[in-house]
Design a protein around this ligand. Structure first.
Ligand SMILES: [Zn+2]
Length: 162
């Protein structure tokens, strides 16, 4: 399975809710973790592998793997934090981005069990980044126009030199 890069329409659509969580989602989540391992990423969302469904996975160093299906953001803090962000669909470039510092999210795991967590720090940032993917939003959309143009110019240059 290949990771879909920026420029593809599938990254720009609002993903469909999962109607029923089945064995297929367990399998899909497993595949997604494999891709994460291979690409040394932190998170991956369905549309990035051509599955326009509301599912994403996150694995941070020292944390257990987490699967989020049909997530809802219950609360995001007004307090924000600045942190560096990148995306497997825009490989090779990173930018500082301001996001809410804390987030409360409710979702289902790959076994169909509902859960909710309050996250902060890198986990909160990863959840917000992956959630954006389900809405067709990429992290570069949240940069100022100038920063986005610079970053995309850098990305185009990298791609050309590959
Ligand atoms: Zn991403």
């Amino acid at each position: 399975m290949e990771i879909i890069k920026i420029g593809s329409d599938i990254l720009r659509q609002k993903c469909e809710s999962v109607n029923e969580i089945t064995e297929a989602h367990s399998k899909l989540a497993g595949e997604m973790f494999k891709i994460l391992d291979a690409s040394r990423g932190v998170g991956l969302a369905g549309p990035q592998i051509g599955v326009p469904q509301r599912i994403f996975v996150i694995r941070l160093d020292g944390d257990s793997p987490r699967v989020f299906i049909n997530p809802s953001l219950l609360e995001t803090s007004e307090e924000t934090a600045l942190g560096e962000e990148g995306c497997l669909s825009i490989p090779g470039v990173w930018a500082e981005l301001r996001r809410p510092k804390r987030v409360k999210v409710q979702a289902w795991n790959e076994k169909g069990r509902p859960f909710s967590i309050e996250a902060q720090g890198i986990l909160a940032r990863a959840i917000l980044h992956e959630y954006d993917h389900l809405e067709g939003i990429l992290f570069v959309d949240r940069l100022s126009e100038l920063k986005r143009e610079r970053l995309m110019a850098k990305y185009s240059k990298l791609k050309k030199n590959q």
